[in-house]
Write a protein that binds this ligand. Structure first.
Ligand code: SF4
Length: 388
């Protein structure tokens, strides 16, 4: 099945973090359309390119003619960017690295429908690539997004895929270990990996069964949190609204200054509050445009911007009127990341880093939640510094 035709289960693996944390969200979401963004369409194209390359490399040796015809067709998509080739190569190389680590060829499946309904009612999804070699099942997932890095450790989406793969192949292959990988070439250089034993995977599968049952039936407790960001009900969900409007409890705080502990709590809730307000605004604008009534609010036309109808003709006319061509263009130096793109990593390092012409400036101190993986910094002086 092609990536474009992927269907979605009520208990989709990709939204499992959400329905495992907030079971009733699976059914509540159903009444809201799943708006595929251009961003998602771009990811689909990248997956199709990756799939084709993998098929050629591992599954069905195809002649150069057939391959070049197929890839040409994909590259003619208006969403195609040359960097898609670089990033899908990174993914394909990673997969081939696993395949070639075995002396006898492992079993490989690409874009494989995986049925995990034994653990979550009617649950199925599509695994980008699965490899079974020796006693190890590898689940490799390509994420083409540019957003935040996704961690493979404890990742519920990959675990559900793994359960599906074990259900299908467990009889034929002596699987004892499960290695799960997320390749996210636009965000991090090194893929994120997690390895667990088959017993751990099966125990996890058993542990989520009751929650999956509740989610399927639309029952259980609403539980707002970070996962709301991906929920289709996020704008008008009452549980989420209640959690945010409860901020008012801080209003009656005494003494006159709030404590550091309270600052921590307010920031934590405020972070999600800003995201929630943005979702509400988008929702209200849509309702107003559809002719709905959001009391106290209306949609208006935003500030317009001026655009050349024909830039060449406009500049020609300006030059005829004595404006020097050089005045019409800005000359700006390329940023370091863009020069690196232009040169490629190796050449960039050789010409600019090794010669000391580029240096890394430390970033400005930034406040992040404790869950962030970066090492904390502090201006507190150490005992040794104090002594000096
Ligand atoms: S918005 Fe959050 S709390 Fe509401 S249903 Fe979705 S995940 Fe649950």
């Amino acid at each position: 099945m092609g990536h474009a035709e992927r269907a979605h289960a009520v208990l989709a693996a990709s939204s499992s973090k959400q329905w495992l944390a907030c079971p009733p969200s699976a059914r509540l979401s159903e009444q809201f359309p799943d708006k595929g963004s251009e961003y998602a369409a771009e990811g689909t194209l990248a997956h199709e390119i990756a799939e084709l390359k993998l098929r050629k490399a591992v599954l069905e040796p195809m002649g150069p003619r057939k391959f070049s015809k197929a890839i040409k067709e994909l590259r003619s998509n208006p969403l195609y960017q040359p960097e898609m080739d670089k990033h899908t190569d990174t993914y394909v190389d990673y997969v081939l690295g696993i395949v070639h680590s075995y002396t006898s060829p492992p079993y490989v499946a690409v874009e494989k429908r995986l049925d995990y309904s034994a653990y979550a009612p009617e649950g199925f999804g599509t695994g980008d690539c699965i490899i079974i070699g020796g006693d190890t099942l590898h689940i490799v997932d390509l994420k083409y997004g540019k957003g935040v890095p996704v961690d493979a450790e404890g990742n519920t989406q990959l675990r559900l895929y793994a359960l599906g793969a074990v259900t299908e192949y467990g009889f034929l292959h002596p699987i004892r270990q499960v290695h799960m990988v997320i390749v996210q070439p636009r965000v991090v250089e090194t893929p994120s990996e997690d390895t667990i034993t088959l017993d751990e995977l099966l125990a996890w599968g058993e542990s989520i069964k009751p929650t999956a049952e509740l989610a399927y039936k639309g029952e259980g407790e609403f539980n707002p949190g970070d996962h709301c960001r991906f929920c289709r009900a996020k704008a008008v969900c009452r549980a989420r609204a209640d959690a945010h409007t409860a901020l008012e409890v801080f209003g009656g705080m005494k003494p006159p200054l709030i404590s550091d502990a309270e600052v921590g709590q307010i920031l934590e809730r405020g972070r999600n509050l800003a995201a929630w307000l943005e979702d509400l605004e988008k929702y209200a604008l849509n309702r107003c445009l559809e002719g709905g009534d959001i009391p106290g609010w209306k949609a208006v036309e935003g500030r317009g911007s001026r655009q050349y109808v024909d830039q060449d003709a406009a500049f020609k006319l300006l030059m005829e009127h004595g404006i020097d061509e050089a005045m019409l263009y800005e000359r700006r130096p390329l940023s370091v990341p863009n020069v690196e793109k232009l040169l490629g990593k190796a050449k960039y390092r050789e010409l600019l880093e090794e010669t000391g012409l580029v240096e890394v400036q430390p970033g400005k101190p930034t406040l992040v939640p404790m869950t962030d993986k970066r090492q904390a910094i502090t201006n507190k002086i150490t005992a040794a510094e104090a002594f000096n």
